[in-house]
Design a protein around this ligand. Structure first.
Ligand code: AMP
Length: 226
């Protein structure tokens, strides 16, 4: 099973990707994670990519495309992959489309998580981290996981922990806007990549509900009806 998962920051793509990986027993290829590993390992790719990552820009295609295509063709991935974070622009989509056709690799599902830009931005900026257990989800923009407010202070809605922290990069509005602009660009950006596949095959549009489970049930229902 080979799958591409599209969705902007704040759409819950990470969580839905984990659910898909479990369900279909595929290996996940997360471009952002691969880049971060290369940066922390000071590899040649990491050194070349860091400057773009730090600026919130896409790493150039001549670095990104071969890095991902080599993985897809690697025998370790022959039982299936889930692409998360690639392709992120039209050039990458065209390169991927041509390569998998040439290699005879089947693409089973392309999934697009739908969320409007303002909601995505609010969700990113609304994230709060529970200091006692970071898997406790808290978000001031999502009713279902809104922290509890008492006397003007916020507490984890799961365990009641009094320390909720904010990730600095979740509050960097300029960087968030830059990344969302790349995603929502229909000419050459990520939505142009989505449209590349829409012109060639069925793309499953999954709505990002505020409840993770509602989104994943909607997604599985669509995929099982295909
Ligand atoms: P992410 O964790 O997916 O938000 O990715 C972190 C950073 O890695 C991005 O801001 C880009 O600088 C870089 N990156 C991730 N995926 C790609 C891609 N497909 N093409 C180019 N750069 C990417």
């Amino acid at each position: 099973m080979n799958i591409i998962l599209f969705g902007p920051n704040g759409s819950g793509k990470g969580t839905q990707g984990a659910i898909l990986r479990e369900k279909f027993s595929v290996r996940r290829i997360e471009t952002g994670v691969i880049f971060r590993e290369n940066v922390s390992g000071s590899t040649d790719i990491g050194r070349r990519a860091k400057i773009f990552i730090d600026r919130g820009e896409l790493v150039p295609d001549d670095i990104t495309i071969p890095m991902i295509m080599n993985r897809i063709k690697n025998p370790n991935f022959k039982n299936g992959w889930l692409l998360d974070g690639f392709p992120r622009n039209l050039t990458q989509a065209e390169a991927l489309g041509m390569d998998i056709e040439r290699e005879g690799i089947n693409l089973d599902f392309v999934i697009e998580i739908i969320i409007d830009r303002d909601t995505a931005k609010n969700r990113i900026m609304g994230r709060r981290l529970c200091a006692s257990e970071n898997s406790h989800p808290n978000n001031i923009s999502i009713d279902a996981i809104r922290p509890v407010e008492k006397h003007g202070a916020l507490f984890c809605h799961v365990c009641g922990c009094e320390t909720l922290t904010i990730r600095a990069d979740d509050q960097d509005e300029a960087a968030i806007d830059k990344r969302l602009s790349i995603y929502f660009d229909t000419k050459t950006g990520t939505l142009a990549a989505v449209n590349y596949f829409k012109a060639r095959m069925k793309v499953f549009e999954v709505h990002s509900f505020s409840e993770v489970q509602e989104t994943s049930e909607h997604m599985m229902e669509l995929l099982s009806c295909s």
